[in-house]
Design a protein around this ligand. Sequence first.
Ligand SMILES: [Zn+2]
Length: 306
Amino acid sequence: MLTQTKTMLLKAKLGNYAVGAFNINNMEIGQAIIEAAEREHAPVICQTSEGSIEYAGMDMLLAIGRELARSSKIPMSLHLDHGKNVDIVKQAIHAGYESVMYDGSSHEFKRNIELTRSIVSLAHSKSISVEAELGAIAGIEDFVSIEDQDANLTNPEQAKEFVKQTKCDFLAIAIGTAHGAYKFTKKSKLDLNRLKEIKKQVKIPLVLHGASSVPKSAVKKIKKYGGDLGKPVGVSNKDLKRAVKLGINKVNTDTDVRLAFTGGVRKLLKKEKDQFDPRKILKPAYEEIVDMVRWKIRLLGSSNKA
Ligand SMILES: [Zn+2]
């Protein structure tokens, strides 16, 4: 059932858990995410990136999102992930997404405030909430020095000022996670003390990006059936649970869904050499995604919160 993102995240903040936000590119991924959320009785956010909009078209993704919401029994919203292009963000606001992310993090602090504030004022006039980003989301190990790290991760004092001036509804913070499957060279390492400090300064729901777990079992399955991803490293279960306990209320996951999908497709094609029915090829991928998303939802503590 269609629900405002803000409603779900404020409830999550009160209950001290995180709502999973999963990226969708097509119908099957969306259906699998909703089935997982229904089976866990969990609220869920489906989000579309600029890349998925380029792939499928905003109208198509919106139509899929509307139908998923209409036919689902759990609270669900459609969110624009990482809108960097102001025109796409505005298009999503007018099209009727429940929430948008405006990512002005590549701009310097003052410019990020200005641009975010103008998006917030437009979105709020249409009762749509806005996620903003402060700090650069790249892995801790990407930074060569401590000063370098300090300049790129979210500064707690700046975060307070940023939220006050932009009036954004949720804030994506940089505490050492990175996008993609190769987040760390060795072990998961998040700056959880920084998260504690940010939490003291910022009262709106906080968002964690680049939070895929990259489970070894998923990587192994892909390898077993002919793939090879090298040695990817994701966020450890322990770090993710701690981050949620310390006040993260929305956790973005894309890579884990892609891994599940790929494992399912590879397995089927390897086992059934004469199969050429797309529906049969996608069935195991669908089931792998359902299992992966259920597992993530439990990790985030949002089971039975619908
Ligand atoms: Zn992100």
